[in-house]
Design a protein around this ligand. Sequence first.
Ligand SMILES: [Zn+2]
Ligand SMILES: [Zn+2]
Length: 106
Amino acid sequence: MDFCKKCGSIMVPVKKKSAAYLACRKCGYETTKKVTSLKIKETNKKERKVIVLEKDTANLPVTAKMCPKCEHMKAWWWLQQTRAADEPPTQFFRCCNCNHVWREYK
Ligand SMILES: [Zn+2]
Ligand SMILES: [Zn+2]
């Protein structure tokens, strides 16, 4: 069991987009720690259209790509199946400078 760093109340798991986080019901404080459970895995299939902003970039490849926001020339990229399984996956980029995430259809 986790407790809120701010007020010490019990943290409850909250579903957010395709991931789940622990949140404090009292003060609204949220952890960045992802909660994995069977329930969340089930909903993931239905919520594939949502862009995962909290993608772990540590193991992602970096490519020379211009960020549309800050014009930085380096970005992490990954492929993600966002639509039907028979359609090509969408390529996502995340700016190494400002963390802006955008997508490109192949
Ligand atoms: Zn709290
Ligand atoms: Zn940028």
